[in-house]
Ligand binder design. Structure first.
Ligand code: SF4
Length: 485
C-alpha cells in the first residue's frame, strides 16, 4: 500500500487536497486526474463521490490515488456529470477508512457530500454540544461537525443551512460540497487554505491548486475569495458573501513548502516566490562558499534564487532517489535512521574539499538537517553552512497542517546558535519574517494586521483556538488538583 513517506517525519505534513467538477461527462475520471496532481497534499487516503441526477456514488480508499482510482471498474461505478474528490493526510481524527473523505449524509434537503481542506479549531467543543443534543457521529473527523451543523440548522434551503453552519465554526476550511442540486465551493473568511476555480468548456472546476487545473486541461479563472461561497447549479454560477468582511490571512507556508512550485497561489507563482525567498536569504545571510546546494526537492527553487543573487554556482551536491520511501517497507526503528541515506546521497566527487551552503525550506525537529550535514562532512566538504528559506518554526499549526507539538520543534527549545550546534553546521541562518514578506511582494509584515497567517513562526494566530485553549485549561486544572490533592 502506498501511503505517507515513512522517512519524512522531519517536515511539516501537507494537509489535504480537494477537487470538484460539474457538468462534464465522466466527471469522476476528471476528479481522479485532479487528485493525482494534488497527491503531494495528502498521501494517506483518497475518495471520490459522484452524483448521476438520482443517486450518489462513493469510493474511498486508504493509500494513493494511483492504484485505487485507475481501474475502469472503480471509475465506471462513479457515474454522473458532477463529482468531488479529496486526498488526505490525517490532521484530525486518525487515518481509519471511516475518516476518509468525501463524507456523505442524507439530510432532509437531500444528499450532501463534503471534502474539506483545513481544520476546525472549535470542532471538539461543537461536537460535544451536538452529541449532547442527540447527534450520532460516524467518524472522528472534524469535518463531520459541519455535516451535523448543516443537518440541525433551522434554515430551509441547503445553502442557508451551510452558511448557518459555517458561521459557527472557527479555523480553516476550503470546501467542495456535492448536493442533489449541484456543487458548492467555499473558503473561510480569512482564506487560510487555498481554493481556485477553472473552466473547461461548460465544466466548472474547483481545486486546491492551479496545478490540478493544468492537468485537467482547464483554464484558470480566479481564486475563490476569502469568505465566498460559489454555487454551480444547472451550469449557472452564483457567488455569495454572507460573512462579515475581514482582512484575509492566507497561509504563508503554502508559498514556502506546501504548494507545488508550478502552482499559482493567490496570484503568486510559487516557483517565483521561492526563488525570491532564496534571493532575500542571500542578501540577509550571505556566506563565502564554492557552491550553493539545495536539499532536494523542496529547497531547490530557493537555492536557485540564492545562487543567482549571490553569484555563486548552483550545484546538485545531494542526489535524491525518487524510488525510495513511499514504496519501501515501513521501517522498524533499527533501519529508520538509514532512511535519509536511502533517500538522499552525497555527490561526493563534487563536494569533496569544497565550502558549501545547503538551502532547505524549513527546520522542524532538526533530525534530517543533522544527518544531511553529517553526510556532507563524510563526503569531504571543507565547510558546511546551512540557510533556511523560512523563519524558525516555533509554534504548532491548528489550521490543517500536521506539526509536531511545540516541545518537539527545535526552534521552540533552542536559539539559533544552539540549533547550529545541534545540526553540526559551520553556520546557520534563517530568512527574517520581513524578508519572507518582501519575497511575496510586500514592503514588510504589517504588525498588528499581518497580510498572511504566519503563526507557526510568530505565534500570532488569526482565529481563536477554542479546543486548544480548553485543553490547556483542563490540564492546568488537573495540575493544580494534583498539587492541592
Ligand atoms: S500556522 Fe503556519 S502552517 Fe498553519 S496556516 Fe498558519 S502559516 Fe500556515
Amino acid at each position: 500500500m502506498l501511503t505517507t513517506d515513512p522517512y519524512d517525519d522531519d517536515k511539516l505534513r501537507e494537509e489535504c487536497g480537494i477537487f470538484g467538477v460539474s457538468d462534464v461527462e465522466g466527471a469522476a475520471a476528471m476528479v481522479a486526474l485532479g487528485l493525482h496532481a494534488l497527491q503531494h497534499r495528502g498521501q494517506e487516503a483518497a475518495g471520490i463521490t459522484s452524483f448521476d441526477g438520482q443517486d450518489f456514488h462513493t469510493h474511498r480508499a486508504v493509500g494513493h490515488v494511483a492504484g485505487n482510482f485507475d481501474s475502469e471498474e472503480v471509475i465506471g461505478e462513479l457515474r454522473g456529470h458532477t463529482a468531488i474528490g479529496h486526498v488526505r493526510y490525517a490532521t484530525t481524527g486518525g487515518s481509519g477508512l471511516r475518516n476518509v473523505q468525501p463524507l456523505y449524509a442524507d439530510l432532509v434537503s437531500g444528499g450532501f457530500a463534503v471534502g474539506h481542506n483545513g481544520n476546525i479549531s472549535n470542532a471538539m467543543t461543537l461536537r460535544r454540544d451536538l452529541v449532547r443534543r442527540g447527534s450520532i457521529f460516524q467518524s472522528t473527523s472534524d469535518t463531520e461537525v459541519i455535516i451535523h451543523l448543516v443537518a440541525t440548522s433551522g434554515y430551509r434551503t441547503l445553502l442557508d443551512r451551510l452558511i448557518d453552519a459555517l458561521k459557527r465554526v472557527e479555523g480553516a476550511y476550503s470546501l467542495v460540497c456535492l448536493t442533489n442540486e449541484g456543487m458548492i465551493a467555499c473558503r473561510d473568511p480569512l482564506g487560510i487554505r487555498p481554493l481556485v476555480m477553472g473552466k473547461l468548456g461548460d465544466a466548472i472546476i474547483f481545486a486546491s491548486e492551479t496545478v490540478a487545473l493544468d492537468i485537467a486541461g482547464a483554464e484558470f479563472i480566479r481564486s475563490i475569495e476569502p469568505g465566498e461561497l460559489v454555487v454551480v447549479r444547472d451550469g449557472v454560477l452564483t457567488s455569495h458573501k454572507p460573512f462579515i468582511q475581514q482582512s484575509q490571512r492566507p497561509c504563508i507556508f503554502e508559498h514556502v513548502y506546501f504548494s507545488r512550485p508550478d502552482s499559482i497561489v493567490d496570484g503568486n507563482s510559487v516557483y517565483s516566490v521561492r526563488k525570491a525567498i532564496g534571493a532575500e536569504l542571500a542578501k540577509e545571510n550571505g556566506v563565502d562558499v564554492d557552491y550553493v546546494i539545495p536539499v532536494p526537492d523542496s529547497g531547490t527553487p530557493a537555492a536557485i534564487g540564492y545562487a543567482e543573487a549571490a553569484g555563486i554556482p548552483f550545484e546538485l551536491g545531494i542526489i535524491r532517489s525518487h524510488y525510495v520511501g513511499r514504496t519501501f517497507i515501513q521501517p522498524g526503528d533499527g533501519v529508520r535512521h538509514l532512511g535519509v541515506k536511502l533517500k538522499h546521497n552525497a555527490n561526493r566527487h563534487l563536494v569533496a574539499g569544497k565550502k558549501i551552503v545547503l538551502i532547505d525550506d524549513s527546520i522542524v525537529r532538526g533530525t534530517t538537517s543533522l544527518k544531511i550535514v553529517q553526510m556532507m562532512r563524510e563526503a569531504g566538504a571543507a565547510e558546511v553552512h546551512m540557510r533556511i528559506a523560512s523563519p524558525p518554526t516555533m509554534n504548532s499549526c491548528f489550521y490543517g497542517v500536521d506539526t509536531p507539538e511545540r516541545s518537539k520543534l527545535l526552534a521552540s527549545n533552542m536559539d539559533i546558535e544552539q540549533m547550529r550546534e545541534f545540526i553540526q553546521a559551520d553556520s546557520l541562518a534563517f530568512i527574517s519574517i520581513d524578508g519572507l514578506y518582501r519575497a511575496l511582494g510586500e514592503d514588510s509584515r504589517h504588525q498588528g494586521q499581518p497580510q498572511y497567517c504566519d503563526a507557526c513562526f510568530t505565534g500570532d494566530y488569526p482565529t481563536s483556538l477554542t479546543d486548544h485553549d480548553e485543553a490547556e485549561q483542563s490540564e492546568l486544572i488537573l495540575l493544580s488538583e494534583r498539587k492541592t490533592g
